[in-house]
Every structure is written in C-alpha cells, then in structure tokens.
Design a protein around this ligand. Sequence first.
Ligand SMILES: NC(=O)c1ccc[n+]([C@@H]2O[C@H](COP(=O)([O-])OP(=O)(O)OC[C@H]3O[C@@H](n4cnc5c(N)ncnc54)[C@H](O)[C@@H]3O)[C@@H](O)[C@H]2O)c1
Length: 277
Amino acid sequence: MKAKGVEGKVCVITGAAGVLCSSLTEDLLRHGAKVAVLDLRGDVAREFCEKLAKKGLRETLPVEADVLNRDSLEAAKKAVLKKWRRVDVLINGAGGNHPKGTCSAEQFTEGCDLADTFFGLTAEGFEFVNKLNLVGTVLPCQVFCKEMLKRGGAVLNFCSMAAYQPMTKVAAYAAAKAGIMNFTYWLSTHLAPMGIRVNAIAPGFFITNQNRFLLLEKDGKTLTARGRKVIAKTPMRKFGQPSDLHGAARFLLSDEASFITGVVLPVDGGFVSYSGV
Ligand SMILES: NC(=O)c1ccc[n+]([C@@H]2O[C@H](COP(=O)([O-])OP(=O)(O)OC[C@H]3O[C@@H](n4cnc5c(N)ncnc54)[C@H](O)[C@@H]3O)[C@@H](O)[C@H]2O)c1
C-alpha cells in the first residue's frame, strides 16, 4: 500500500509567520495539508494567510499564540479543534537567536572589553533565548501532543548546527538548541508507545532576520568575517534557501517515516560532517 504523505493532515506550526516556517507552511498546503498558522504576531499571521488564500491555498487558520503561555496555546488548540477536530502534526518553529543572548567577542582576549564577552551577558538575555527556544518547544508539545494521544501523530522540532558544536558568540542559543536536541530524544522515547513520533531538523545556515546581523554587513550583501567562515565550513559553499527544508520536513512528518523517531536530521550542505580541514 502506498504510504501517506501529509495530505489531509492537520498541522499546527508555531512561529509560522517567520521566514523558514512560512515557507514550510506554503509547501505543506501545496501537498494537501491543513495548517494552523500560530505566531506571536497575530496580524502578520493573518496577512500571511490572506496572501496564501490569493494563491488558492485556503486550508489555513491564523492564530495569535505565544509559545510561552499555556493558556494562549490551549486557546489555540481549541480553535484548531473547532475548525478541524484533530491535530496530526506539530512543528515547533518559534524560536531563534537574539542579540541580547549574544557576545560580540568570539573569544576572551587580554585587554578586551568585558562587556563584549561572556561576562557582559545578562541573566535576562540568556534566559530570554533559552526560554523562547526550549520552553517554547516543551509547552506546545504538552498542549498539542495530548490531543495526539487519541490517534498518534508527529512532532518536528527545530534544532541547529549550534546543538552539535557550540558556535562562538551565541552562548544562549547554542545551549538552548542542544537542549532541544536532547529533549527531542527524550520525548520520542516517552511518547513512542502512543504512536507519536518526535523528530527534529537541524538547519544549517539560512539568512533570516535573526542571523543577518551576524552573517552580512549593513549593506545586506557583503559577508562578514563570520559569514565567510560559515561558507568555508559548508562543503556546498552556499547558504540554504527556505525551500531546502521542505523535503526533509515533509518526509519526517509523513507515514513514509513511520518507523523513524528520535532523529535529528541536518539540512546543512554538509556543515556538520566537515571538520573544516
Ligand atoms: N535561520 C537559520 O539559519 C536557522 C538555522 C537553524 C535553526 N533555525 C531555527 O529555525 C526556526 C525558525 O527560524 P527563522 O529564521 O525562520 O526565524 P524568524 O524569526 O523568521 O521566525 C520566528 C517566528 O517566531 C515567532 N515568535 C517569536 N516569539 C514567539 C512566541 N513567544 N510565540 C510564538 N511565536 C513567536 C516570530 O514572530 C516569528 O514569526 C527557529 O527555531 C530558529 O532557531 C534557523
């Protein structure tokens, strides 16, 4: 029998108005899924769904939701169940890096300004990035996987290259994404008896709003020294495009991957396997 793709599946995507997940949303819709577009920026989510409708992609539900607020997620779940009566897929896309959890110096060197180093990080900045990524993945899993207990389902978390090996500067983000990798393994084991699969993708480097300041100069074109290092460490010698994630995500969510759980799949042009030498 032909394994089922994502057609007909009810997918909840957090951070769905963002760069990577808006692209994933559109791809899933084109493959016949129904998508609840959850984002903190409710107005952007609504505008995005209106744009999708103009392209003939109408099986959407924009919902303003905060992944750090259980009540807000419960309200979102209620809206999804009212419209489609089930939840088959959860994609935890809300997250990312933020300058306030980032050091501007790569290493601590003699005579450097303390404010640019690890010692300049604030607890508030570190906590903000950790909470958004890690707790912002855990809470939606609690809320939406409870619904999947009825008939199984699939979760897709967002990991990062920083989870395998921390990158300089992004101390909080690297710790948070390592936490997501570990949590993906943990939850996959916990929920496996209930037919709920939990996997993650680990995107390599995609130019988006949250890393542009690290990878590109102000002109938006010239690579920073860090951007050049990234390309040098990526065997395919380029940044990813959002559409590069489509196939990997759809595969892990589809029934083609019905015996795959607890996997973190890099989509990175080879970054993770190349030592740089
Ligand atoms: N861009 C990259 O190169 C890259 C690489 C690896 C992993 N990732 C991960 O991919 C995911 C998506 O990244 P992106 O680059 O598309 O980011 P983005 O900033 O474009 O999108 C993130 C979205 O999350 C929403 N959001 C923020 N806080 C929220 C909250 N509390 N509740 C609900 N929604 C909230 C934002 O409004 C935004 O629409 C993130 O987890 C990021 O860490 C990105």
